[in-house]
Ligand binder design. Sequence first.
Ligand code: B12
Ligand code: SF4
Ligand code: SF4
Length: 371
Amino acid sequence: MGHARNARKDRSQKSHVRRLGLVEDRKSDTRKSDARKDRSQESHVRRLGLVEDRKNEPKLCSHAVKQMALRAGFDLVGIAKPEAIASTRLDSWLGNGFGAGMTWMEASRDARLNPRRLLPTARSIIVLAVNYFHPGSNELAGGGRISRYAWGRDYHRVLGARLRSLRRLLEGELPSIRSFHGVDAIPMMEKVWAQRAGLGWIGKSGNLVTRRYGSWVFLATMMVDEEVEPDEPHPDHCGSCERCIEACPTGAIVSPGVVDSRRCVSYNTIENKEKCPDGVAERSDRWLFGCDACQDACPWSRRFARFSREPDFAPRKELMSISTSEIAALDEIAFDGLTRGSPLRRAGLERLRHNARLALRLARGKDGGGP
Ligand code: B12
Ligand code: SF4
Ligand code: SF4
């Protein structure tokens, strides 16, 4: 009876995860392998120095996991324990309407706060980051600006491939391991995990800032059902600085670390399907996709920006050489060609054209009002 209930729960969990479009990497049935197989596996792994035997509890060695993550192409890696996140801040963010039209943030609230909803047997979270900084100007001819994270190939694809490599490396050494990974689109509070895993701190800008690359990093997570030595959480280094808050063109950083998406140019140029709230469009500083003002102003991000070793994130010639007026006049075929494999695709043709028209008006010194 209990078993049947568990099996039902398991199935409903799987379909829930599938409905959310999440990546699930379970080798579930291999788990019930007999004790002999387990023992031989363990000793194989111990021979490789991957597992430390502490108090009879097998543990993946944190150093070995980190080496694998670096081999898979990540620039930073840390480990956190999958302990639930206190609900106060997320609830107050949602309650204040700061999630704007991103209703999926509310719908996945419980999973965001408790990662074990995604992998009930999770014992550790491997938190990963990739530096995407490529130098250069964000200005297109005609005055429009494109945020740095969108200059190259879509990071979901790049980091997704690296996560799969890491999973293969882990499974190669410990075949019974179960994992669950994702980048951005899974209901994990990636910045919180990154801070807990020691990668950096959540700055007043609302971005994770690292001492190695500033805030120019993408984040990803992989939960595993093995114990890995956790890292220390990262201390805050914002101090009395408030440059990001001062630099935000629309006043979207309503208090340190808290972003009201309704006012954020990034939200309004990418996610928003409705009319831009009054007073925001005309202050959007010619950004036609995303916004980097809070990051460009950050002394850590200025000082520690380093050239990314990932050519996929380098500015695409066809994108950076197009003019704002050409974007404003894109047709479907041209949009399809321009945005293939690029983050810009998310905005959709209509929104992108609208943003470009607005940027042109602002560049000409008109107020840019209107939808
Ligand atoms: C929703 C979302 C947005 C929204 C809301 C932004 C936000 N700050 O929450 C919008 C559309 C506006 C947005 C914009 C951008 N985003 Co975004 N976004 C997300 C997403 C999907 C969820 C973030 C979230 O959970 N927000 C809800 C709030 C409540 O969560 P939180 O900020 O983590 O809050 C916690 C802490 O900040 C803490 N806290 C609360 N108050 C305070 C106060 C202080 C002082 C401190 C220290 C902590 C603290 O408690 C909160 C909960 O426990 C993540 C991916 C993911 N799955 O995590 C990407 C993500 C955060 N985005 C990312 C990026 C790159 C951007 C942009 C830079 C893109 C651009 N150039 O235009 C901008 C930056 C805007 C900004 N200043 O934050 C990256 C950030 C990488 C990094 N270095 O931090 C992420 C991690 C995606 C990824 N996988 O790389 N984004
Ligand atoms: S992305 Fe732009 S609008 Fe959004 S908080 Fe940062 S500076 Fe403000
Ligand atoms: S600009 Fe200053 S306050 Fe803002 S994130 Fe950077 S260091 Fe922190």
